[in-house]
Design a protein around this ligand. Structure first.
Ligand code: FNR
Length: 340
């Protein structure tokens, strides 16, 4: 369908389902086991009530923010997702250029279709991108990739820690392939994390934090940020959503919010979903599947996604009575309906 007929991120998913082969659509859409966590990611935002304040001046809306000290025009970003080439020949290049033109962050997956260097080249002059990495069991591969990531100009590493030992069991995509993916290393503990930190001087942000205890560990280890995520429900089914994890951190380890930046993702499909995560203490919010689907139109699709999503966000900010994304806090949401 023509992009002019696309009005939200859900439209983009429906279009992608119609256009892509069953196998490739499944590779993007799939999630683990019963997909309870996948569904909960989408549903949790309906349990959070948003407070809309009148009597506030919202004539000068500010959506820009910093992530690890770098300036971006919006507090949402394109999360790492493998194999963008299944949707479009341009693969990660269209994600990089659309992000660059809109001034948002993109962090490509280490399992991308295009090479580290090609993705970097697709960005604009001066565009800040981060890069995702795993702790592969082959250390020389990690060293090589980290060196290439740095040489290509990426500014930080999202170190994904949640499917390291084994990967999730994803029935929907297993029907098209031979089985579930292997994990990335056989063994993974605090020693491997410490060893990884010695391999690069780029800032490292552990991605896939799902408990307040792990969040606190990362604070004590001196990481500059953490990335709260259940991997879009693709790894361990049954784990909580980012909304619940952020509330849990607030309850049990509130010092984490003061000590480091927190990014979060999972099921974000509306501007209001992002505003909820920001109000609960996230500094920036990731979109995983939606940009992959938008990429069936290439860069134009990803740009339209960013336009539609940011417009939803701005309108909702006005209606909430908050002029600046950095003023969002827990007074803008009511989470009484969520049991912790
Ligand atoms: C992912 N995700 C992911 N994460 C990561 O750290 N490295 C990766 O290579 C991938 N690959 C990947 C592929 C696909 C197709 C998807 C959908 C997701 C997880 C991703 O970064 C993010 O955490 C979730 O996708 C967020 O949930 P939503 O926005 O998809 O609901």
């Amino acid at each position: 369908p023509p992009l002019d007929d696309i009005w939200d991120l859900n439209d983009m998913q429906i279009a992608a389902k119609n256009v892509l082969s069953g196998k490739y659509y499944a590779s993007y859409r799939t999630a683990a086991l019963n997909e309870y966590t996948y569904q909960a990611n989408l549903g949790i935002y309906s349990k959070v009530k948003i407070n809309g304040f009148a009597f506030r001046d919202v004539s000068n809306l500010q959506t820009s923010t910093t992530i690890l000290g770098y300036n971006f025009s919006y507090p949402f970003f394109i999360a790492p997702a493998a194999e963008a080439g299944h949707a479009n020949k341009s693969a990660e290049a269209s994600l990089a250029s659309a992000a660059g033109k809109a001034g948002i962050l993109y962090a490509p997956s280490i399992s991308s279709t295009l090479s580290i260097e090609k993705i970097a080249k697709a960005g604009l002059e001066g565009q800040v991108m981060f890069h995702q990495e795993y702790i592969w069991s082959n250390t020389s591969q990690v060293v090589d990739e980290l060196d290439r990531i740095k040489a290509a100009g990426f500014k930080a590493i999202f170190l994904t820690i949640d499917n390291t030992g084994v990967n999730g069991v994803r029935t929907r995509s297993m029907r098209y392939t031979t089985g579930s993916d292997a994990g990335h290393a056989a063994n993974f503990d605090l020693n491997s994390l410490a060893a990884f930190r010695n391999l690069t001087d780029l800032p490292i942000v552990p991605k896939g934090i799902k408990t307040w205890q792990d969040a606190l560990t990362c604070l004590h280890l001196g990481f500059p940020a953490i990335y709260v995520s259940n991997h879009g429900g693709r790894v361990l089914d049954g784990v909580p959503t980012s909304v619940e994890i952020l509330l849990d951190i607030r309850k049990n380890a509130p010092e984490v919010f003061a000590g480091m930046e927190i990014y979060a993702d999972g099921g974000v499909r509306r501007g209001t979903d992002a505003l909820i995560l920001l109000a609960l203490g996230a500094r920036a919010v990731g979109l995983g599947r939606p940009p992959m689907f938008a990429n069936i139109w290439g860069e134009a699709g990803v740009s339209r996604l960013i336009d539609l999503f940011s417009q939803e966000m701005k309108t909702s900010m006005q209606l909430m009575g908050v002029a600046n994304v950095n003023q969002l806090n827990s007074s803008y949401v009511n989470t009484n309906a969520i049991d912790l």
